[in-house]
Write a protein that binds this ligand. Structure first.
Ligand code: GLA
Length: 723
């Protein structure tokens, strides 16, 4: 049983983790979150004593204070001086004090309405804890869902106004956990445009470490995820907790070490510039948080998170489906193309064994550059040499699937849509616009806009045999102010997200066979909110093989490899100006969902032969990369000159190694492989060389690299089956 109640204890158990809560006279106290415990008897109870300057709720008991108890709700005003999880303006103040009044165990997942939710499974169970504040007349409901075959639970909160006056929610975290004093590190994924998801590990000290976004999107610079690792935790050993959010808008996550060195973790909507009015009997529901645990270090946590996301978050239709090798025309042509150019690219792609042709930006309206026409989603037939359906038929006839770029959430001032509906852009009265890539954002908080977008893209998808959509989002949100009141304005960024999820759930459910890939200038919205609807994300606009190493390391740190788009592009690289060998570009891109983004018609015959070989090779290793167990052998952030990643799937394993700068008078690197069968013999594909699993893991594989910069090697091992 995943969820049980024993006396005053609640157990939320998965196969490998437990969350244990105590009901102490209506107060919810967190006794444990971590490795599984089936039977708990308060062995770790905090020795209760009179801590100076902590508040006590009762004059008789000077040893009980909300400032020292571990909790899952942080209320403001009654002696817990840490960061609150809830802040509601009601009556004349913001004091809240929630006591447990009821609970239920439900034998299924309960969904957060209108927001991205995990997929349920037969074993999912939800603990529903109902708390009330009689004075403020508020109900706070906490939901904890256990998925038995994992070490992950999900959780969210709902606040209901029981009074007959409106109240204003200023802060409501999706999840909060107080964990015991210890030396910890926090790990987050940070960066910027074209260098997304750098893995940052730092010591936690007294104070608050926080990450957040106020961009209206998760952003390139941060990811809605925060890991708390035992300071001794390494790649293979030690306790690690991860909090992640299924949300793509403004978020916050923090770790607060207080004066007693206890640590509070929280994740949820960013409360900067946030307020949500609740009329009597209305509720506010938070996004869903994912709480994962591993005692097997960072690799263990990665495996747990990757598996949970693949099994419970990515659309089921695509979770176990091999992804096509694509050619995208963006870096090949930018806006400068016509039908002949596109078809000659498709011809080459088809001859080289690729599987999907993607037509990027520039196919609609007057879109000859990025200054205009967003919103005018009518096919530019003179540029495409006829209707889109004809181009698609021609591409299909070459044995390729067809994909199309769209950016539905945007509007250009120079567009028919803006001329017809200038009020549909997000804007504040009398303030003009703030431009970014010379475009504005549509106000998805307005149901008319969402209805229009549903109809427009329904039309395009219904009338054309489109197999794949690249859904772009190329600016962030500013000038919020379409609402008629201060509160409507404050509510706009979250209302936008609800409109966005309404739109994308409608389109992805109406066209379940279309593979959607999310993009936001690369990884500007690479989060679990997006991944719930779009099974792939274009990890970065930076296609340089060397710059991609840390980006791909971070992009798969929590998210499954099958979610990560990675392409080979031309040299000198368009973002970095670097020249790297085609082999290295291929090896690096093959660590994700493989594709090409260059002008195949400009390649020499020798280059084309290499590409044809890469494509054929990727088709063989694709199940390993997309469904295999991933091991990081050399991390680019720790070893700045080398990176190595291994995948193991069934009886096969593939290892990719990249060395950045040439070295001299050094001993060659030996890679100790992981996850192999000790007693099995593995043959190195394409050779007669055979090694035991034990020797590859415990003695290692020594590399033999020629001189030169930016070189790579890939090793493909297959278990030798004796007749
Ligand atoms: C963004 C994307 C690119 C490309 C362009 C098209 O920058 O990240 O891959 O699609 O838009 O305008």
């Amino acid at each position: 049983m995943a969820i049980t109640v024993e006396g005053n204890l609640f157990y939320v158990n998965t196969e490998a983790s437990s969350l244990i809560l105590e009901n102490r006279d209506g107060d919810l106290l967190l006794k444990h979150f971590g490795r599984k415990i089936n039977s708990y008897h308060f062995s770790n109870t905090i020795h209760e004593k009179d801590h100076a300057f902590s508040g006590n709720p009762s004059p008789e008991v000077r040893t009980y204070s909300y400032d020292t108890q571990r909790q899952v709700i942080g209320t403001y005003g009654f002696g817990d001086f840490r960061k609150p999880s809830v802040r509601v303006q009601h009556g004349s103040n913001e004091l809240t004090f929630f006591k447990l009044v009821d609970y239920h165990i439900v034998k299924e997942l309960i969904e957060a309405e209108g927001l991205p939710n995990p997929h349920s499974d037969e074993q999912a169970q939800t603990l529903v804890l109902v708390l009330e504040d009689q004075v403020a007349q508020l109900r706070l409901t906490l939901y904890y869902t256990a998925f038995e075959t994992s070490a992950t639970i999900t959780s969210f909160a709902k606040l209901t106004n029981l009074s007959d006056e409106p109240v204003v929610v200023h802060r409501l975290l999706s999840s909060m956990l107080d964990v015991p004093a210890k030396q910890y590190d926090v790990i987050t994924l940070q960066g910027a445009y074209a260098r997304e998801k750098a893995v940052r590990r730092q010591n936690l000290h007294q104070g608050v470490f926080s990450i957040s976004s106020s961009r209206g999107a998760s952003g390139h610079g941060q990811t809605p995820a925060l890991l708390l690792a035992d300071r001794k935790a390494s790649e293979d050993f030690g306790d690690v907790i991860a909090l992640q959010l299924l949300y793509s808008g403004n978020f916050q996550a923090f770790a607060q070490e207080n004066q007693l060195q206890e640590v509070r973790l929280g994740i949820g909507i960013n409360d900067d510039n946030f307020a949500w009015q609740l009329a009597p009997s209305e509720s506010f529901v938070t996004p869903v948080a994912m709480l994962s645990y591993s005692h097997k270090g960072l690799t263990g946590l990665t495996s747990e998170s990757q598996a949970f996301i693949k099994n419970h978050i990515i659309p089921k239709r695509f979770a176990d489906e091999e992804r096509p090798i694509l050619i995208n025309n963006w870096e090949a042509t930018y806006f400068d193309f016509n039908k002949d150019k596109l078809l000659s690219l498709a011809d080459e792609a088809s001859a080289l064994g690729m599987e999907l042709f993607v037509l990027d930006d520039g196919w609609f309206g007057n879109r000859f550059d990025d200054n205009r026409a967003l919103g005018d989603w009518t096919v530019n037939e003179s540029k495409l040499g006829g209707p889109l359906s004809e181009l698609i038929a021609d591409v299909h006839a070459k044995g390729l699937k067809f994909g199309l770029w769209v950016e539905p959430e945007m509007i250009s001032e120079a567009s028919d849509l803006y001329r017809a509906h200038p009020d549909w852009a997000i804007q504040a009265p009398c303030r003009g616009h703030t431009y970014s890539r010379n475009q504005l954002m549509l106000n998805l908080a307005n149901p008319d806009v969402v209805a229009y977008l549903k109809e427009t893209f329904d039309g395009i998808l219904a009338q054309n045999a489109i197999d794949y959509i690249k859904w772009d989002y190329n600016r962030n949100m500013t000038n919020l102010g379409n609402g008629a009141t201060y509160l409507e304005t404050q509510m706009q960024s979250h209302a936008y997200m609800l409109g966005f999820y309404d739109l994308v759930s409608y389109l992805t459910e109406t066209y379940p066979d279309v593979l959607f890939e999310s993009c936001s200038g690369g990884g500007g919205r690479n989060d679990l909110g997006v991944m719930r609807y779009f099974p792939q994300v274009w990890a970065s606009d930076n296609t340089d093989a060397i710059a991609r190493l840390p980006i791909q390391y971070g992009s798969t740190f929590l998210y499954p490899t099958i979610s990560m788009g990675s392409h080979v592009s031309a040299v000198p690289n368009h973002q970095m100006g670097r020249i790297t060998p085609l082999e290295t570009r291929g090896h690096v891109a093959m660590m994700g969902n493989f594709g090409y983004e260059l002008d195949l018609t400009q390649m020499t015959e020798t280059e084309k032969a290499i590409v044809a070989e890469q494509v054929a090779h990727y088709k063989r290793i694709r199940p390993l990369v997309q469904f295999g167990q991933q091991y990081r052998l050399l991390n680019p952030e720790e070893n700045t000159n080398e990176a190595a990643v291994q995948f193991v799937y069934e009886d096969q394993s593939v290892v990719t190694y990249v060395r950045i700068q040439s070295t001299i008078e050094t001993i060659e690197t030996t890679l100790k492989l992981k996850g192999l069968d000790e007693d099995a013999i593995y043959r190195l594909d394409g050779t007669e060389k055979c090694y035991s699993g034990a020797e590859l893991m415990y003695a290692g594989l020594t590399l033999d690299m020629p001189n030169g910069d930016y070189l790579s090697k890939q090793f493909y091992f297959v278990k030798d089956v004796k007749d």
